[in-house]
Ligand binder design. Structure first.
Ligand SMILES: Cc1cc2nc3c(=O)[nH]c(=O)nc-3n(C[C@H](O)[C@H](O)[C@H](O)COP(=O)(O)OP(=O)(O)OC[C@H]3O[C@@H](n4cnc5c(N)ncnc54)[C@H](O)[C@@H]3O)c2cc1C
Length: 480
């Protein structure tokens, strides 16, 4: 329980307006984009590294946990205050501090919304490559913590490939820089270690990022299929031939039917699946690559390939993909987005298993995939008011995750472990593996201080946020 003396001290640091502790104000922060919920005791909204440092020092002295939070779009429960304590919202720290077009780098604050960085640098012919579908809302700090990916990360790489350095506040309140403005810095790659640490190591307060030059030519097209398995086969065939498009995304019929009435992206309503393909580069190579991909699509039974003929049409095709999750809200009151990754060649088989599992659980499933990366997002549609439904859906999601692991895949393609996947960690990692991870965290912060109750199964806050009773009861690795 945080006492009034501590609250007064926090108010002295960040100002009265930026310390929230009345229950009605806290309600807004009990959710993120996942199925989990947790209630912070106090929300602090700092405006500088110095303020963050002071808040951390107080929290450390008083033994109060801190959960850093960006926009709260985490789908794994990462931004939930699972053990109460202080939730530190980074939303006031949203400046682009420096743009160096010659060296193609920028320095930004962690609360900057992803897309605002590309907007800020586009006048120099530059852009920031990692583009999560949530990029109109999610923040750079959240992207760093989750090592976010996005449709164009197929060719550009994920967040860790674009972060050069970080200013961070350590668990004793000290401020430290890791990495720097040049590509290689001597010593351990602490930047790489912190990226993807899900808010459990440090609080990120400044980010140095690489920028990319906008491509000379871009071609975007959509390939249409009567059978989603043919679309999956196409993905394997394209990559198998050594072609890596800038983006290669897949959507199934349920997603198409949800998206079209709202976005009018131009996806045919009767298609079983569409592949959204983007090719970038010099004009000649783009044409050549696009032609080769078109041939592969047709060889794999695409019924049609429709090319965006102008920037507006291209934008529409992308708007369909980037608003897919939101559009699904129009056909179901709730949905659970599963995030798994498998070797690309296993996609067709895994997609069949996903469909079987959902049939057995009698739940509808929509599929959006960063297909080129083998990253699938089965989205299980449900109504949480139906008794027992949420549990059923979580269990179906657990089975899908197990199928991904058994196919040689991983627990998450991009959304992180958080609360959602912590019970599954033993499916991928031995006790020794997890112990090594804990020791690494220990070099930065003690358990229970930054973002507690996440990642490790034995640190889950009992039954508070996430319950997978039957699956967990069967024990690690025993579920078949
Ligand atoms: C519709 C939708 C589409 C999505 N599409 C994608 C996608 O294509 N690719 C993808 O990767 N993800 C996607 N996501 C998931 C989510 O948007 C990403 O994980 C994103 O990086 C989270 O950013 P955020 O600012 O919302 O962070 P939050 O949700 O607020 O926090 C996420 C994690 O980051 C930590 N954190 C936040 N700020 C800091 C900081 N300054 N220092 C230390 N830790 C911090 C938090 O503690 C938490 O663990 C999607 C989510 C939604 C709702």
């Amino acid at each position: 329980m945080i006492n009034q003396g501590v609250i007064n001290r926090l108010i002295e640091i960040v100002g009265e307006r930026y310390v929230l502790y009345v229950p009605e104000d806290l309600l807004v922060y009990e959710y993120d984009g996942s199925q989990a919920m947790g209630y912070p005791e106090v929300v602090v909204v700092p405006s500088s590294t110095e303020e963050i440092s002071q808040v951390v020092k107080i929290a450390r002295r008083e033994n109060i946990p801190i959960v850093p939070r960006g926009a709260g779009t985490s789908i794994s429960g990462g931004a939930i205050a699972a053990s109460g304590g202080i939730l530190m919202a980074m939303t006031r720290l949203k400046r682009v501090l420096e743009v160096d077009p010659d060296n193609m780098i920028a320095v930004v604050e962690p609360g900057l919304v992803n897309i605002d960085l590309t907007r800020a640098v586009s006048r120099y012919g530059l852009f920031y490559a990692p583009d999560p579908s949530s990029q109109k809302a999610c923040t750079m700090g959240g992207n760093v913590a989750e090592n976010a990916g996005g449709p164009h990360c197929l060719s550009y790489g994920v967040t860790v490939n674009h972060v050069l350095g970080l200013e961070v506040v350590l668990s004793d309140g000290e401020v430290m820089w890791v990495g720097g403005k040049v590509k290689d810095t001597p010593g351990y790659d602490l930047t790489g270690v912190i990226v993807g640490s899900e808010g459990t190591f440090v609080i990120v307060t400044k980010i140095i990022v690489r920028l990319m030059r906008q491509p000379r030519a871009v071609k975007t097209f959509v390939a249409i299929y009567d059978d989603i398995v043919d679309a999956s086969d196409t993905v394997s065939a394209i990559i198998g031939q050594g072609i890596v498009p800038a983006a290669l995304e897949m959507m199934d019929n349920i997603v198409i039917r949800a998206v079209e009435p709202v976005i009018h992206a131009g996806y045919p309503l009767d298609a079983d699946a569409v592949l959204l393909v983007e090719v970038e580069g010099m004009a000649e190579s783009v044409e050549e690559e696009a032609r080769a991909i078109e041939v592969i699509c047709k060889e794999n039974k695409a019924t049609d390939v429709r090319v965006a003929t102008d920037p507006q049409a291209r934008e529409k095709l992308w708007a369909g993909r980037k608003n897919a999750f939101g559009a699904l809200g129009s056909i179901a009151p709730n949905y659970y987005i599963v995030d798994g990754v498998v070797p690309r060649s296993k996609l067709p088989g895994v997609m069949k298993r996903v469909a079987e599992i959902c049939r057995r659980y009698e739940v509808s499933v929509a599929n959006v995939l960063h297909a080129g990366d083998g990253n699938l997002h089965p989205i299980i549609l449900f109504n949480e008011r139906d008794e027992g439904m949420k549990e059923k859906v979580l269990e179906a999601g657990g089975e899908i995750m197990r199928v991904c692991i058994d196919a040689g895949g991983a627990l998450t393609g991009e959304h992180g472990i958080g609360i959602e996947k912590q019970m599954y960690m033993p499916w991928s990692f031995t006790e020794e593996d997890m112990d090594a991870m804990r020791r690494l965290r220990g070099a930065f912060s003690s358990a229970g201080f930054f973002n507690p109750g996440k990642i490790f199964p034995d640190e889950a806050v009992d039954g508070k946020a996430w319950e997978l009773p039957r699956l967990v009861a069967k024990g690690s690795g025993m579920y078949v």
